[in-house]
Design a protein around this ligand. Structure first.
Ligand SMILES: *Cc1c(COP(=O)(O)O)cnc(C)c1O
Length: 419
C-alpha cells in the first residue's frame, strides 16, 4: 500500500489516515474497500456524516442525473429550482409531520458555520453577549464555536480566552446525582450568582465528541423550561446527533421539546456533500437581508441529495427499517456490555448512536487496532479517548451489522486474553 505521498506532503495534522493506514478506493452502503480490495465495515461513517451509507442509490442517482443536466451547481443565496424543491420536501416530509415550524437559514456549508450563525442571531435577538455552554461540549473549530466547546485541547487551539461563555455542568456531570438543571435555574435566578444572563444555552442531546454523554428527556425538558422562564434562546446543536442518527430525524424528538434554534449539518445532505442549515423559530428571524453571508450557501448538489434523503422519511418501509435496526444495534450493544465487564464500564448514547465507555484509553486503542486489522472502522471519543463510538449507517443491512459487531466482539475478547 503506497502511503508515501501523504507522509511526504500532507500536513502533520492528519489523523484518521494514521488510525486506518490503508488507501480507500470504493464504498457502498456500510462497506468501504481499500485499493488492495480489502473490505471494511464502516462504523465511523465520516463521524456521522454518512448516516445513509456510502453511495446510497436513492440519494446518489438524482445527483448523477442533476450533474448531467447542465443544472445550477453554485448559486450563493439566489433562488434555484433545486433549492425550492429541497425546501418544499424538508417542510412537508420533516417539519410538518413533527408539528415543527421554522424559518430556514442557509449559512456556509460546515457545521461550525451553522453554530456561528445561531450564536450571532441569539446575541442579536437578546442584545446579550454571553452564551451558556456545557462541560465536554463540542461545537466546531471556528473561534465562536471553539469558545463554547469544552475540551482543553480545543481551547488551546483557539489561542484565545473563552470570552462571553459560561460553562455549566451537563446532565450527569460531575456525578449522576448532581442536578445540573436546578443549578442552572438557581444561578440564573440569583442576582448574587455572578453569572450573566446569557443570550442562549447551546447543547447537544448526545455529546458525541465529548464521550457520548447522553441527556435524559427529563433534563432536556427542564432546560427548555429554564430557557423560557429566563428569556434565553435554546440552541440545539444537532449536527452529529440529528439527521436520523438516533433513529428519529431530530435527536430531541424523544423528549418532545421545541428548541428555538436547531443546527444541522454532517448527514444533512445524505451524501457526504457539505451542507448545513439553521432552523429558526419564525419570530426570532430578525436578520436584515444580507446581514449574514457566506460563499458556499448555495451548494445545489447538496440540495438535490438532501431532498432525496428527506423524502425517505415519508416512506413507512424506510422508517420501520430504521426502527428495527435501532433495536438490533441496542441488543448487540447490551450483549457486549454484559459479556466484557472487564473492558466495558458503561453503555452510552441512544438509538443508533451508541457508545461503550471502556476502562482505559489503552483498551480502546487496542480494540480499534484489532478491529481495523479484522475489517472494521471504529473510532474513540471523550476527553480521555476511552469511549468507543458505534455509529453504523442507519441503513445498514442486518448481515453487515452482525458482521461488524462480531469483529468488535472479537477485538474485545482479545483484550480479555491480554489481562
Ligand atoms: C462535527 C460537529 C460540529 C462541527 O461541524 P464541522 O462541519 O466540522 O464544522 C459541530 N457540532 C457537533 C456536535 C459536531 O459533531
Amino acid at each position: 500500500m503506497n502511503t508515501d505521498v501523504f507522509a511526504a506532503h500532507e500536513s502533520n495534522v492528519r489523523r484518521y489516515g494514521r488510525s486506518f493506514p490503508t488507501v480507500f478506493k470504493r464504498a457502498l452502503g456500510a462497506t468501504i474497500w481499500g485499493e488492495d480490495g480489502n473490505p471494511y465495515i464502516d462504523f465511523l461513517v465520516g463521524s456521522g456524516a454518512l448516516n445513509y451509507g456510502h453511495n446510497n442509490p436513492n440519494i446518489v442517482e438524482p445527483a448523477i442525473e442533476y450533474l448531467l443536466g447542465e443544472n445550477i451547481l453554485l448559486s450563493l443565496d439566489m433562488y434555484t429550482v433545486a433549492k425550492r424543491e429541497f425546501i418544499e420536501v424538508f417542510v412537508d416530509s420533516i417539519l410538518k409531520p413533527r408539528g415543527l415550524s421554522y424559518k430556514i437559514q442557509f449559512p456556509g456549508p460546515t457545521g461550525t458555520n451553522a453554530n456561528e450563525a445561531a450564536l450571532a442571531l441569539a446575541r442579536k435577538y437578546t442584545g446579550r453577549s454571553s452564551i451558556m455552554a456545557f462541560t465536554n461540549a463540542f461545537h466546531g473549530m471556528s473561534l465562536g464555536s471553539l469558545a463554547v466547546s469544552g475540551s482543553a485541547s480545543t481551547k488551546e487551539l483557539g489561542g484565545v480566552a473563552r470570552h462571553d461563555v459560561t460553562r455549566v455542568p451537563y446532565d450527569g456531570y460531575p456525578t449522576p446525582a448532581f442536578d445540573s438543571a436546578s443549578y442552572i435555574d438557581h444561578v440564573l435566578s440569583d442576582a448574587g450568582s455572578g453569572i450573566d444572563k446569557p443570550a442562549a444555552i447551546i447543547l447537544e442531546t448526545i455529546q458525541a465528541e465529548g464521550g457520548m454523554n447522553t441527556a435524559s428527556a427529563a433534563w432536556l425538558i427542564e432546560i427548555q423550561r429554564i430557557c423560557h422562564r429566563h428569556g434565553v434562546v435554546l440552541i440545539v446543536d444537532d449536527i452529529q446527533a440529528g439527521a436520523g442518527r438516533t433513529g428519529e430525524f431530530f435527536s430531541f424528538e424523544f423528549a418532545k421539546i421545541n428548541p428555538d434554534i436547531v443546527c444541522l449539518s454532517k448527514s444533512l445532505s445524505g451524501s457526504g456533500s457539505p451542507f448545513s442549515i439553521v432552523l429558526i423559530r419564525p419570530d426570532l428571524d430578525i436578520w436584515n437581508p444580507g446581514e449574514h453571508s457566506g460563499t458556499f450557501r448555495g451548494n445545489n448538489l447538496a440540495f438535490v441529495t438532501a431532498r432525496a434523503m428527506c423524502k425517505m422519511w415519508s416512506d413507512g418501509q424506510f422508517t420501520t427499517g430504521v426502527e428495527r435496526t435501532t433495536a438490533r444495534l441496542q441488543r448487540h450493544v447490551d450483549s457486549l456490555v454484559a459479556k466484557f465487564p472487564w473492558c466495558i464500564e458503561q453503555k452510552r448514547g441512544r438509538g443508533l448512536m451508541a457508545g461503550l465507555k471502556c476502562r482505559s484509553q489503552a483498551v480502546v486503542s487496542r480494540v480499534r487496532h484489532v478491529a481495523f486489522e479484522n475489517g472494521l472502522l471504529i473510532e474513540s471519543s471523550g476527553p480521555n479517548r476511552d469511549v468507543i463510538k458505534v455509529l453504523p449507517p442507519i441503513t445498514i443491512t442486518d448481515d453487515e451489522l452482525d458482521h461488524g459487531i462480531a469483529i468488535l466482539d472479537h477485538a474485545l475478547k482479545e483484550q480479555a486474553n491480554g489481562y
